[in-house]
Structure formats: structure tokens, C-alpha cells
Write a protein that binds this ligand. Structure first.
Ligand code: CAA
Ligand code: NAI
Length: 713
């Protein structure tokens, strides 16, 4: 029909195939192609029924998000209005069967719901993930979905944005049949059956039987709003989508569609949509590394081994087992190995008890983890990840051992968070095969994987680490070999500044609350208490060499460490904790802070929440600018991905570097200059930040210009 849509006739059934790789998004030309194909099939007398499907790995993954991005920024015409196409499909005189495999997401599901029937492969999924982009379904999904699955399920799907699997979709009435085996020929058979059965064929827009009563809907909507405020804190779209679903149960279909349209436009104009769309593309851009193309030869990771079964080793083993990859896990000490495996088992049991997966799944995963005290079998694995204590001499010794045992094409990775990858690599005969894979705790949960590139690391090894991140369903970001890499390097000044704020008059609870209100997943002091103040103290000792005479250092942490207040593990740190591990303000800590500040001659004053955010977030942005300038991050968007996937930065603010652009670099630079004057050299502005602010640019525009250069070269 056109370059994106094909029409073939299979013994009286018209098969329309959308072919717009990689995910059949409904970009320019696709809706037109479908409309023309439906029109042709309807006119063609021998055709009894129509099947619509997607070529390649999936049905339709939604509107083209690039078009939505343009629309959000006021560029170009934006995503097309699908109203006419959906009505054409629904009004078609011949049954239209949507044959779904892979994922039917966003506009893809909306397209599917306009068909008279939906059949699916057993592993297909369907969802309305628009809220994750700061918008709501914009092609009548909020009006058709509750008509098919009822308001309660529609609320759950639209507010959470999570897709559901085929069996659940069948149970809810979203799908009509699951097809084992060849789903497309099954769909064709189904279409013939429906044609033989005769019309009228169900139009979703006319199905009102699941729309509930005024009373039951009022309760569901109120509960939905309460949940949305709790689970999707500070976000506009989850509440907006409930308004649109309310329209579905209170207004006639056409009016409901108009209301949906208005709400979509308001959402798209919001800063949150811009930030979330940025986050979507930034995470995918992070996998593009100059000099490494899709054709770069790489190493497949089929079997892996981990050394060290502590906090990280155990979590990493779970991440592999969860992705179906077998792992050997070695420790030097039987008791440590037993402890490590017990923790793994305990974590899995908790998940089973919470109903996240079955006991059978747990057993399958446990069976993929092989604990041992020796290097037996290490000669066969494709990747070894070292996660022993953070000690350079020990790590060098371990690398020398595995260098002797591992096959030549085995990748040797370290999970170090502070040590120099090149020094670790230097002790091996294959520095090109050595790389950092910096997982975050808990490693089976946190999505971030910092991939640390050493001076000698081969491109193929970096490509393999990026592919591994994808296999483990993590966000892989390639970073340079500098102290703290990207995430922890920015975290350090953030933690320091938060402590200075205490000495100047804020309380730990005030700082944490301001950060949580800003949208951070947790306050910085609660984070410190969770990780352990003994660890924070050790990091502080390590970085002491960077401290210069006359430059301010935080004073309270050492005292808490000496008092044995090491955080949650000892029941108290910056905060106290109740039985549910909820932080409670502690007057003893507040008195200690006051006394320490007084002794140091730091005058107390009232600190505003705005100052807390500016001091904590701008200092990170300033460090981020340095990291970018030094080339230790390739793009500002990579830094954003690190903070979104690993540090609980609110996604609707797009990450620290995107947030800087939203505030305005000029404003941030001026504020940093103010802080520089007040607080001294720790606030020295990063030259790149200064330059971009003076040019009126943003980090995003810098990324875009690099992208253009990369395409040209
Ligand atoms: N529009 C444009 N590009 C898209 C896209 C979309 N809807 N979905 C994915 N892509 C692109 C990605 O950017 C990526 O491009 P590059 O290779 O150039 O980086 C490529 O497709 C592959 O994507 P992934 O790397 O994410 O592949 P995956 O296999 O891991 O995941 C997926 C596939 C589950 C479809 C995932 O890409 C995804 O969740 N996509 C977004 C789905 C979505 O949010 N849809 C709703 C869109 S909004 C909408 O539809 C509004 C409306 O109501 C009309
Ligand atoms: P841990 O102390 O919990 O575990 C280390 C394990 O290594 C212990 O079980 C120990 O018995 C074992 N071990 C020591 N020497 C060994 C050897 N020669 N051979 C085999 N096993 C040996 O440490 P954790 O927290 O898991 O840290 C491991 C690494 O991960 C460190 O490099 C750390 O810096 C890094 N890291 C830690 C994070 C955290 O939050 N804990 C986060 C990210 C990285």
C-alpha cells in the first residue's frame, strides 16, 4: 500500500502487515498506509475478513515518540490524529482481526482496540505506558480500554503504565483468543470463523456493559487518585489519565474522545513530558558509542562466574539468574559463601511470598547459581566479574589468578566502585579484555550498570558489556575511569554540601524532606543510613588526600561514626528508626550538630528549602559539567541516565543535567557564583557550565551538536 504497509490476500482473508522497523511505530505514512489497505480490502468483494499484524519482532509499539517530542517542543506537526483511521476500522463492514505478537503498546494497543477482535501469541503483551512519557493515551485508549476491561483494570493499566501479559488480557476481555503455534495463520483461521459466523461485529466504542455504575465508579476513581498520588508522586500524567478515564464513564464516546484530546495537549505542553521523553531517548542513546557500530564484533555471554559472594556478588548472581544465565559464584570462605547463598534464597523467598513469581520460578533461578570455593569451571565461562573486598592488592591478586585460568576470549570485569581499572588491568596479560562493570546495590533490583572503560579496553568488550546490560534488563552507561566514575563522583559533593547545610542550621530531617519533596526517591541522610555510616566514613578517609588546608570539610560524620551510630544496621545514624525502618528525627543528633557547629564558629541561621535544593542539586550539576568536559561521560544525557536509573533522581525532571536546562544555565551559573563568593573554592564554577551559560545554551543542545558531528564524521 505504501513503503510501510503491505496488503496480501490469503484465500479470501486480507492480511495487512505494518512494516516500520524497529518497532512498527505509527510514524508518518503508517496510518495512511493502514487506511488505504483497509479501504482496498473492504472494496475487494472476494475478501471476507481482514487481519492486521506487525512485521518483525512486534506488533505496534505506539506513536512515534520522536514526533511527540517535536510536538512537545513546538516543532513540526507532531503525531497524527488517529480518530479517522480508528473509526474507519471500527466501521468496516468486514470483520477486522488484530493479530498481536510482541507488544501492543500505547497507540499500538489503541489501534488494536479499534479492531472487532484481538487474537495474540501466548507471550504477547499489551499496555498503555504513556504516563511514563508524561502524557496520556492520545488515540482514544482512555475511552476504549474501560469499555473492554472495565474501569478498575483500565485505571491500573493506565496509571501504572505497566503492560499485561496475554493470559491476563484474555481474562480481562482485552484479547479474544490466544493462539499457540503460528499466530498469524491462527489469526487468519479466526478471521474466517468470524466472517462465517456473520455480523454484526462488535464495535468497542458501542460497548457500554462494563462501564459500571455512578457509585462504583466514584469509589474506583477516588481510590485511583489516592493511589496515583502515592505511587507516582508529584507526577501530572497519572492524575490526568484518571480525568480522561472519568470522561469515559460519564460522557458519550465522542465527547470523551474530545476531552482526552484536550488533556493530551495539556500534558504534552508540560515540562514533565519533555523531561520524560528526554529520559526515554537518553537511555537508548547511551548504548551508542562513537567507534562502536552495530556490526562491531562482540562476545556472547552465555556462562558467567562471580568472585565474592557478599552484598554485591550475591545480587549480581541473582541478576544473571533472573535473566536465565547460569553463574558460578566463588568465595574464599565457606561461611561467607553460605551466608551469601542464604541471602539470595531469602530474597527469592520474599519475592515468592509477595506473589511476584512462583516457587517454581525461584527453584529454576536458584538452580542457575552454583556456589563453590574453587575455580573449577572458570575455564569455560565467557565473563568473570570480581566482587571481592575493595582493596587494590587483593583485586590485583585475584585478576592474576583468573588471568591464568580463563579462556583467552573471556572478559574479566571488576565491580570496584573506587579503584583504577587500568591498575587492575596492568597485572594481567590481556588488559584489552578488562573492564569495569559497576553494579548498584541491590544489584538484582537497581537498573543502572556503569560500564567503566579502561585505557586498553577493546571496543568488542565494551559492546559486549552493553549487550550484557540489555540482557540483564539494565541501563548500561559507558563511563570513564575517574575516581567514583560518574555517579559516586557527583554524589560526593552532594553529600558534603548536605552536611554543610546541617552545620549552618538545617536539620537532617528538613534536608531529607526538602529532597523528597523535590522528587528524590530518598533523602540523602536516609540514603547514608541505609548504606551504613561506617562505609561513608571509610570513603571519607580514602578521599582525605583530596582535602586541602583551609578548605572546609564536614565535621559531624566522624562523630556519629565514633558513637557507633552507623545507620540502619545499628538502629540509628543521622535519624533514628522505628520497627518499620521509618526515619524519625533525633534530637540528640540535632544537639550534636549544633554543638559541633558552635565549636567550629559556624553561625546558625534559618535555611530555606529552596537553598537546600540549590546547594544539593547545583553542586552535582557543576561536577557533572566537569565530568562531561573531561570526557568521562560521553553525553549529558548519559549522566542523566546514571542518576535516573541508579540514584533515585525524579524521572519527571529528566536527570540533573536536563533539569539544569529547565531551570536555565544562566540562573544556575549565577547562583553558583553567589555560592562561590559565600562558601569558597568548593563552588568554583565548571568552565563548561560557564561557557554554555554565556552562550545561552543547554547541556541538551551540546549533546545534540555532538550527535550531528558524529553523524557527519
Ligand atoms: N517511537 C519511536 N521510536 C521507538 C518507539 C516509539 N514508540 N519505541 C521504541 N523506539 C525505538 C527506540 O528509541 C530504539 O531506537 P534506537 O535503536 O535507535 O535507539 C528502538 O526503537 C528499539 O527500542 P528499545 O531499545 O527500547 O528495544 P526493546 O526491544 O528493548 O524494547 C519496546 C522495545 C518495549 C517497544 C520499548 O522500546 C518501548 O517500551 N518503547 C516505548 C513504547 C511506548 O511508550 N509507547 C507509547 C508511545 S506514546 C503513544 O503511543 C501515544 C498515543 O497514545 C498515540
Ligand atoms: P562484601 O564485603 O559484602 O563481600 C566481599 C566478599 O568477597 C566476601 O564474601 C569475601 O569473603 C569475599 N572475598 C574476599 N576475598 C576473596 C577472594 N580472594 N576470593 C574470593 N572471595 C573473596 O563486599 P561488597 O559490598 O559486596 O563489595 C564488593 C565489591 O563491590 C567492592 O569492590 C565494592 O567496592 C563494590 N561495590 C559495593 C557496593 C555496595 O553497595 N556494597 C556498590 C557497588 C560496588
Amino acid at each position: 500500500m505504501n513503503e510501510f504497509v503491505r496488503l496480501t490476500i490469503n484465500d479470501g482473508v486480507a492480511v495487512i502487515t505494518i512494516d516500520n522497523p524497529p518497532v512498527n511505530a505509527l510514524g508518518a505514512g503508517v496510518p495512511e498506509g493502514i487506511a488505504a489497505a483497509i479501504d482496498r480490502a473492504e472494496q475487494d468483494r472476494p475478501v471476507s475478513s481482514i487481519v492486521l499484524n506487525g512485521a518483525g519482532r512486534t506488533f505496534v509499539a505506539g506513536a512515534d515518540i520522536k514526533q511527540l517530542e517535536d510536538q512537545a517542543h513546538g516543532r513540526g506537526p507532531g503525531a497524527p490524529n488517529l480518530h479517522g483511521l480508528l473509526k474507519q476500522i471500527e466501521d468496516c463492514s468486514k470483520p477486522v482481526v488484530m493479530a498481536i505478537h510482541g507488544t501492543a503498546l500505547g497507540g499500538g494497543l489503541e489501534l488494536a482496540m479499534a479492531g472487532h477482535y484481538r487474537v495474540a501469541a501466548p507471550d504477547a503483551q499489551a499496555g498503555q505506558p504513556e504516563v511514563n512519557l508524561g502524557i496520556i493515551p492520545g488515540a482514544e485508549g482512555t475511552q476504549r480500554l474501560p469499555r473492554l476491561v472495565g474501569l478498575a483494570a483500565a485505571l491500573e493499566m493506565c496509571v501504572s503504565g505497566k503492560p499485561i501479559r496475554a493470559p491476563e488480557a484474555l481474562r480481562l476481555g482485552l484479547f479474544d483468543r490466544i493462539i499457540d503455534g503460528d499466530w498469524l495463520s491462527g489469526a487468519v483461521t479466526f478471521a474466517r470463523e468470524m466472517a462465517a459466523r456473520g455480523g454484526p461485529h462488535p464495535r468497542t466504542r458501542g460497548r457500554n456493559e462494563k462501564l459500571g455504575t455512578t457509585e462504583s465508579n466514584a469509589e474506583l476513581l477516588a481510590h485511583g487518585r489516592e493511589q496515583a498520588r502515592k505511587t507516582r508522586r508529584n507526577m501530572l500524567a497519572p492524575l490526568a489519565v484518571i480525568d480522561a478515564l472519568e470522561a469515559a464513564v460519564t460522557l458519550p464516546f465522542e465527547e470523551g474522545c474530545r476531552r482526552e484530546r484536550e488533556i493530551v495537549e495539556t500534558c504534552l505542553a508540560s515540562g514533565q513530558a519533555k523531561a520524560l521523553i528526554h529520559a526515554f531517548f537518553a537511555e537508548r542513546a547511551a548504548a551508542r558509542i562513537p567507534g562502536i557500530s552495530k556490526d562491531t564484533r562482540t562476545y556472547n555471554i552465555r556462562r558467567a562466574a562471580i568472585i565474592g559472594s557478599g552484598t554485591m556478588g550475591g545480587g549480581i548472581a541473582m541478576a544473571f539468574a533472573n535473566a536465565g544465565i547460569a553463574v558460578l559464584i566463588k568465595d574464599a570462605d565457606q561461611a561467607a559463601l553460605d551466608r551469601g547463598l542464604a541471602t539470595v534464597r531469602n530474597n527469592y523467598e520474599t519475592s515468592v511470598n509477595k506473589g511476584r513469581f512462583s516457587k517454581e520460578t525461584m527453584d529454576q533461578r536458584m538452580a542457575l547459581i552454583h556456589p563453590q570455593l574453587t575455580y573449577d569451571g572458570f575455564e569455560n565461562v565467557d565473563l568473570i566479574i570480581e566482587a571481592v573486598f575493595e582493596n587494590l592488592a587483593l583485586k590485583k591478586q585475584v585478576f592474576a589468578e583468573i588471568d591464568r585460568i580463563a579462556k583467552r576470549e573471556c572478559i574479566l570485569a571488576t565491580n570496584t566502585s573506587t579503584l583504577d581499572i587500568d591498575q587492575i588491568a596492568a597485572g594481567t596479560s590481556r588488559p584489552q579484555m578488562v573492564i569495569g562493570t559497576h553494579f548498584f546495590s541491590p544489584a538484582h533490583v537497581m537498573r543502572l550498570l556503569e560500564i567503566v572503560r579502561g585505557a586498553a579496553t577493546a571496543s568488542e568488550v565494551i559492546a559486549a558489556a552493553l549487550a550484557l546490560a540489555k540482557q540483564l534488563r539494565k541501563a548500561g552507561v559507558v563511563v570513564g575511569n575517574c575516581r567514583g566514575f560518574v555517579g559516586n563522583r557527583m554524589m560526593l559533593p552532594y553529600m558534603r554540601e548536605a552536611q554543610f547545610l546541617l552545620e549552618e542550621g538545617a536539620t537532617p530531617m528538613q534536608v531529607d524532606q526538602a529532597l523528597v519533596d523535590f522528587g528524590m526517591a530518598m533523602g540523602i541522610f536516609a540514603v547514608g543510613d541505609m548504606g551504613g555510616l561506617d562505609l561513608a566514613w571509610r570513603v571519607r578517609q580514602e578521599y582525605k588526600y583530596l582535602e586541602k588546608p583551609g578548605v572546609r570539610v564536614p565535621l559531624v560524620l566522624e562523630k556519629l561514626f565514633e558513637m557507633g551510630r552507623w545507620g540502619q544496621k545499628t538502629g540509628a545514624g543521622w535519624h533514628r528508626y522505628d520497627e518499620d525502618r521509618k526515619p524519625i528525627p533525633d534530637s540528640k543528633v540535632e544537639a550534636l550538630i549544633e554543638a559541633v557547629a558552635k565549636q567550629a564558629g559556624i553561625p546558625g541561621r534559618t535555611i530555606s528549602d529552596d537553598e537546600i535544593i540549590e546547594r544539593c542539586i547545583y553542586i552535582m550539576i557543576n561536577e557533572g559539567a566537569r565530568i562531561l568536559d573531561e570526557g568521562h561521560a560521553l553525553r549529558a544525557g548519559d549522566i542523566d541516565t546514571v542518576y535516573l536509573a541508579g540514584y533515585g533522581f525524579p524521572a519527571y525532571r529528566g536527570g540533573p543535567m536536563w533539569y539544569a536546562g529547565a531551570v536555565g544555565l544562566k540562573k544556575i551559573y549565577e547562583k553558583i557564583m553567589d555560592f562561590h563568593r559565600q562558601h569558597g573554592e568548593l563552588w568554583e564554577p565548571a568552565p563548561l557550565l560557564k561557557r554554555l551559560a554565556e552562550e545561552g545554551n543547554t547541556f541538551a543542545s551540546l549533546d545534540a551538536s555532538k550527535e550531528v558531528l558524529a553523524v557527519r564524521s
